[in-house]
Design a binder for this molecule. Structure first.
Ligand SMILES: C[S@@+](CC[C@H](N)C(=O)[O-])C[C@H]1O[C@@H](n2cnc3c(N)ncnc32)[C@H](O)[C@@H]1O
Length: 242
């Protein structure tokens, strides 16, 4: 997507609307993350507005975060309990908090927001560098086939009487980049674009990235309730020191 700037995908407009439609997996995810953390602390890569971190903190886990977008962090800080979370503004491929955690986690397909294989590997290496000896790195992402019925498509995301939202995508198999634009067309608001690019990675490629970072796949589930992984939809994968 010519001219696309990843940092602009989560600017003030998007941050302000980010929590309007919760994804609905927050409780189940926080339960699993709290089990994995035990008495230890957790670090969320790309903590965003705290959608996942705040319910986890409510379960008694000390949660910290790394986040690129100051706008997302501003929204987090405005929420009850948000100001108490320690957040480092920076890039999850390189920033180090100077501490080690029992759980480092990266959810909601956000590994895909890193647009090169090198950056995705650096993210695994940075996660490994934040883990205690017994720590676990959890990644939750879509299985690419779930997103790619064809290479290019436009599908309705929401249809109302006087507004529609379309998901318009092209996919390049050579670079594994999915260019996507959420186009909101409304009688009252006109047209609003929400562009984002993703580099789609299969779980098997993530496993190799983990090995480059000195980690090994520990568990792979099909969801937050530890249901069996079927190769469809999404996966929740955990990695530990090899
Ligand atoms: C889909 S949101 C997920 C936010 C949160 N983890 C959640 O589950 O709601 C993606 C987030 O990743 C952040 N992000 C993208 N690239 C990043 C990077 N290289 N380092 C840190 N954060 C990044 C964006 O700013 C955005 O807040």
């Amino acid at each position: 997507m010519y001219g696309f700037q990843p940092s602009e995908s989560f600017g003030p407009d998007v941050a302000g609307r980010y929590d309007d439609s919760p994804r609905g997996d927050e409780g189940a995810a926080a339960d699993l993350l709290a089990q994995l953390a035990g008495d230890g602390a957790a670090l969320e890569f790309a903590i965003g507005t705290g959608r996942m971190a705040l319910p986890l903190a409510h379960r008694g886990v000390r949660v910290e975060g790394i986040e690129l977008s100051r706008s997302m962090v501003d929204v987090l800080r405005s929420k009850p309990g948000g100001a108490a979370l320690n957040v480092t503004v920076g890039d999850m491929t390189s920033v180090h908090t100077g501490k080690r955690y029992e759980v480092v986690y990266l959810v909601f397909n956000t590994i895909f927001n890193l647009l090169t294989q090198d950056d995705q590997v650096r993210c695994f290496e940075n996660a490994a560098g934040h883990l205690t000896d017994t720590g676990v790195f959890l990644v939750e992402a879509a299985v690419p086939s779930a997103w790619l019925p064809t290479h290019s498509y436009a599908s309705p995301e929401r249809v109302d009487l006087d507004a529609v939202t379309l998901d318009v995508c092209t996919y390049d198999p050579a670079t594994q980049i999915l260019d996507e634009n959420h186009v909101h067309i409304s009688k009252d608001e006109g047209i609003r674009f929400g562009p984002i690019s993703c580099r789609l990675t299969w779980p098997s490629e993530l496993d190799l990235m983990a090995r480059l970072a000195g980690l090994r796949l520990a568990d792979r589930w099909g969801g937050w309730h530890r249901q069996p992984y079927t190769g469809k939809g999404m996966h929740v994968s955990t990695y530990r020191r090899a």
